[in-house]
Design a protein around this ligand. Sequence first.
Ligand SMILES: *[C@@H]1O[C@H](CO)[C@@H](O)[C@H](O)[C@H]1NC(C)=O
Ligand SMILES: *[C@@H]1O[C@H](CO)[C@@H](O)[C@H](O)[C@H]1NC(C)=O
Ligand SMILES: *[C@@H]1O[C@H](CO)[C@@H](O)[C@H](O)[C@H]1NC(C)=O
Length: 756
Amino acid sequence: MRVFSTCLVLFIAGVCRIAAREALHPASVDLLSEGRILIPKNNHNGWVNPEDLTPMPQCIAQQDQSAWLSTITRCTSRQCTSHFGFICTHHQWLTQLSCLSIGFSANVIKGYLPYCSRSVLAKAQLYLWIRHVTGRTWLVDVGDTNGLQTLSPASLDEGYAVFDVMHAAPKCLTGSASALSMELFQQVVASCSFTSTTQHTGNSARPWEYSESLQSIIALDSETVGYNLAGRNIRYGNYFDKSCFCGTFSVDAKKEPCSGLGEIDVTRERLWMNATCGPTSIPKNWTDALNTTEFAYIPIEDWHWPKCITDMPKQLIELTGQCATNACQLNSGGYCKVVRAVDRACFCRDIRYNSCRGLCQIFETRIDYVKWLHDLCGNLQDWHGLPENWRQLAVPTPLDMIPWRWTLKSSKHSHTASITHSGSIKETCPSTAWKLGSLALINIATFLAAFIGRRPDIHNIARSFLGPPHPRCWFFTGISIATLQILANWVNVLLVQQTLGYENVPVVQLMLLWCSMPRLSWLTTLLSGVQVFEGMKFGTTTSSLFAEIILQVLSSYYMIRTVNYGREHDFYLRGMEGAKRATSAKSVYAGALLWLIIVIVVLVQLLQATCRRLTGDKSTAVTKWERRKRTKQNMVKQLMVLFNERWTWFEEKIAHYWIEKSRGLVPTSSMTSEEGNYTVYGTLPVGGERNQVSQKVSARLYVVTVLTMLLLWIAQWLFWAGFIGLSLDEFCPPKLGVLTTVWMAFSLASTTIGSV
Ligand SMILES: *[C@@H]1O[C@H](CO)[C@@H](O)[C@H](O)[C@H]1NC(C)=O
Ligand SMILES: *[C@@H]1O[C@H](CO)[C@@H](O)[C@H](O)[C@H]1NC(C)=O
Ligand SMILES: *[C@@H]1O[C@H](CO)[C@@H](O)[C@H](O)[C@H]1NC(C)=O
């Protein structure tokens, strides 16, 4: 001791320690190692230097240590360690090991054990100390250390938590005392704490010392409980044993430490206890009033507005500020992280569907708004802010799916209908069947006219009126046919306009729309074509085709508009899912698209044909095409080639049939060959190889033309049938019978002109 104190003056602590050790105990000291009782080797007949004893365990250091210290003190006395003859040259305070093993009796340990056995790790640490110092393998009763020799992570029943979770606990909880033991929260946590590996809290080189002034052994160091006792390494840090904490600390369900303090402390406290000790540690119905962002609160950063925010009233937008509050966001461990959030119930209290008008009630932005509103408030009890039919508002309505915004209905009609619920004065819209029927009637009229016009006697009568056909007449005839059709539409628009309540119909729009009605022009063309080959007429095909082109150009306005509208609103993919009358709408959009595709294909073919004719080197084009075909021979191409071959064969067949048929008629024909120079479709065979070829070309063109018109007719039927089904009350032409009659009459007239 004396040597040591001298040392302390002369050297810094570390050097001193080595010097002292070397002076006193040349032999090295075996420290505690697994499974063996180790006693310092420099043992003077059973007496050891107290500083060689293992440091104090954590659970003893956290309690009143007086009994512990006095036990060691009793076994410590001043001993002579160096003799010169009979004279003692060196005295030292040493502790007698055999005395310690008697001193640390079950009685002494008993007082410390309840606290030390809260955590299995702390108990194991105590056990190792006792075994080391006294050689005993039990603490108070034989067998009370079973299982402590072989700890594993599973020995911590409920696992452990990292100390950082204390930040998630509110002050009212960390400052409270356990309901049962009245022990403070912080103390309980301390008794259950451990570190990743055993650590020293003081002078690790000199854990014990005999203080002559106090006449007692004092502890200069203690060791923390390390998780390495469980045979596993964990990340550096402080932890606590959950089963130790939860078994010791309890919350009074009737008088929670944080209740009545408002804010979100109750939520924080309950979540903390639930996450640490599970739901049994807190009142049964605790989840009822949690202020968490699970549902009742929406974190500000997750808040979003619908697209129609520009049309939202200011007070609605300010509502988020008024309803903002603190709420708990659960982290992965189930603890609370306080965030700013919007109180859902508070916000929803003041909002309903009609709170926002304008954009919020128009088509896509309306759908977005309704979905937003439903997601936000739909699950709240007692919230009825959406109209009954909100599901229909959340998908495109039939009106949304009509590609234009004007409607054809009586302005009076809507008023009377809304005033008299009984419907006594209600003006009825023509039924769908009637609308479709009138469309069919017009077609049938054309059909009949085409057939009648084909009969030679009628034909001759008509001709006598109109005079003999002139070769160039097809142009004027075509114009006349088209004009008659347009005129019919115009007359009908006027008729509609004359009707009460329909004064404001958009004239041009309605006329254009009616131009897209399906007409049986393909049949007329077909029949007149047959006539051509029968030698009766030519030029008629051209004229009816010309009229058809004019009318199709006019109908292109609505067709293209429809396709474009459908594309803009995603109707061609999935925009119509779940919508009312979706089948009709699909028919409208499919019809318009089919129409457009046919027109584009025809135009492209026409362009190609023109180019080929202009450049004139058909052969090189073919070889080029052949070469390209060879380089890119994939499935699609092959199929196309196959189709083309079949198609050409089919065309050839028809052409052949007609040529054969007409060949017999050549002598009776009074044709001039000039005819073929400017009429593409009306050429007649005059004989000779050159004419044979041009006949073939004409016949093929003719077949293609009729087919194209047939397809366009189908597309227009699709469009119109769909439109009638889709619009229902939004398209109510008045006096439909009269209108139909007008159309039929004009159809008859134009067909007759066409066939002459
Ligand atoms: C409460 O804790 C349990 C598990 O201990 C967990 O499953 C549950 O989600 C927690 N409840 C809440 C509201 O956090
Ligand atoms: C929990 O239930 C008890 C009765 O069982 C009731 O008095 C108390 O108000 C409930 N607490 C909450 C938050 O609903
Ligand atoms: C949630 O917050 C509101 C308002 O701040 C408060 O009135 C209510 O008591 C809180 N609920 C809980 C369980 O803390």
